[in-house]
Design a protein around this ligand. Sequence first.
Ligand code: C2E
Ligand code: CA
Ligand code: CA
Length: 730
Amino acid sequence: MSESPGMSKSRPFVIDFGFKVFLPSLATAVGISLLILHIFDNVFRQTDLIDNAYARRGAQAVVRSLRDGMNHLVDDNARSDEAMLHTQIAFDPGWLVDNWGIDDKQTFYDATFIIDSDGKTVFASTREDPTDLGRQDIRTYAGDAVLSMLASLPGPGGRFAKTAAILDTKGRFMVVGAGVIVPRFDEMKASRARQYRLVFAKVLTPDVLGQLSRQFYLDNLHFAVSRQPSTDSIALANPLGQVVGRLAWTDHSPGTELRIKFSDVVWALVMLFLGVVGALVYIGWRGFKQAHESREEAISASPRDDLTGLPNRRELMNVLIERLSSVRAKAAGLAVVYADLDGFKEVNDAYGHEVGDQLLKSAAAGFAFLAEGMDLVARLGGDEFAIIVSGPEYRERSRRLAANMIEFLVEPMVFGGRVASVSVSVGIVDVETDKIDVEEVLRRADVAMYAAKTAGRNRVHVYDALLDAKRDENRAIAHELRSAIDQHMLGVVYQPIVDARSRRMVGVEALVRWPKESPRHCPPDLFIPVAEEFGLIEDLGRLVLTEACRQAVGWPDIFVSVNVSPIQFMNPNFAEIVERTLHATGLAAGRLEIEVTEGFVIDNASRASAIIDRLHEMRVSVALDDFGTGYSSIGHLRRFHFDKLKLDRSMVVDILHQPSALRLVQGTVAMADALGLRVTAEGIEDENQVSVLRLAGCSLFQGYLFSKPVDARDIQAFLDQDRRAATATG
Ligand code: C2E
Ligand code: CA
Ligand code: CA
């Protein structure tokens, strides 16, 4: 059975939804989520930047306040009449020590220097050496840069001036202020030739920095000698413009802290948002599906099939329900004819959907014509049709209709130069009671149609209860077979094939056996078709082939013949499977024979021909099995290069009673001879058959007269016996 194009609509629907709703929603949701994350990220980053900017300004304020403080100090002390008096007018170290000397009470500065206009230190008092009094040079204390500070001050006679800067000496940072000592009120006449400068220095110890830290809300203020710029420090330059180090602090990064603190919240927010979007999409999906379903319903509510214009399954069901109810009322039965095209899929695959559709239309038109006057002709979908036949003589009319349908498809149809050939398998169910419902009627019709298919297609089968039983039985067999295959429980027996003249065993045929352990007794005639139907035949066949080859390795003088089902033979890898098996078991290819039946080579002529040639290349021989049951066409013998012909048992049985059968056998053997084929006669049960068939020219015999199929061990015993007889006579 096969579907016509456009029958499945669920996939496009899902794709439709995907493109129209799902993907846009997904894109929007992801976009907005990324936007939210981006905004938060920006806020956090900005917060960090703003905080950093504040800290930087704070650090600059620290430097400024240090310099300003020092400037004030210098201003207060250097602009003083008294200072003027005790330096320029009458230099008085005692006064200087009392006023500017460093002692424990002095916290504003850590060193005082008085420098004369020649740059000479005339007074010095430092925290380390409070009474130095001029022996120490200011350069040693404050570094070279202090000289340029002093140089920036005006010379003698100038006005008041001051300057302050941050300097370092060997990693020690200090704020230094310098100012010219001048009278506060300009009444004091002083020598203009000389001039003194007052210098204060305050060392910026960790304590001092700690205080500043608290005052300016900067964490861990400290000096870094490194000159590398960084975000958490500012450069300090001396009066020469040289960077002497950096004032650094520990960055807060409140944004980063916030980011850590709120990351869960942000993610929760994003998840919540995605959840809401998901819910909306789901609601959308429901709505979409509903709309789709109602559209589908509208389509399926239509009583007709689009392609053929015939009533569809729904309509058939409706009409059938109605007819079933009148079965009792009118005490009149009805029949349902259920048809499925054979080989439709192949036509579709080979020629495309267009030809397939045309074929369906033609078949539909033909069936409708043949069923003229009947209740209803419907297309159930794919290549299935059903016809309701009621009224007088519904049985005879349904049978005749089925026969006509088969007849109608005998002639191949031509579509645009392409020849499409299909047949039809028909199941018929008769309904005489209203005790069964529509589903059951259709199920039975389907079972009957299926029986027609498995019986070989292109035929009619009428439903009866045994069919159901048989179906169940087959299912059970298939089930057991599956596990028998998996557990390697199947047996293989061997039937000797003997030379017509010497009666010596020259070969064996391998025959599969149902497991001995099973309570069921099941001959291969029964389970081989089940294996074919349920897809088990390839595994089964491979098992038998391997086992037969494995055994035959131990019987060097005879050939082994293995039955191969058409399904196996049709497998494109069949020749390879054979080759691999030979390789794995070590059997010489020349000792293997494959038995195929005629039915297969007719259906797949070119394929069969290729496979047979391929086997020949490998030196494997091929026998045509069961000759005389089917078509038994001499033409086939000529077309395919078989090595051997096996006359079916039915022919062998008939020769003793029917002269025509004998003539047929004689003719066949003569023809085979002419084509160079050897002939094996199967099913020989008595000596009369032997003499007649020998005369007719058969060269090999197989049958119960010589031996039934036996275990491998018995074949070995036969071989040993033959060898003894040979040595005795020889
Ligand atoms: P077949 O290939 O025609 O095998 C010959 C059948 O005839 C065997 O039945 C054999 O036991 C039976 N037979 C042989 N000599 C006589 C005789 O003198 N009198 C009578 N009455 N019967 C005789 P078996 O083993 O039951 O096999 C039946 C069929 O099952 C085979 O027919 C073959 O078509 C199929 N078959 C058996 N084994 C395999 C297998 O491994 N693979 C496939 N695909 N089919 C197999
Ligand atoms: Ca056979
Ligand atoms: Ca046979």
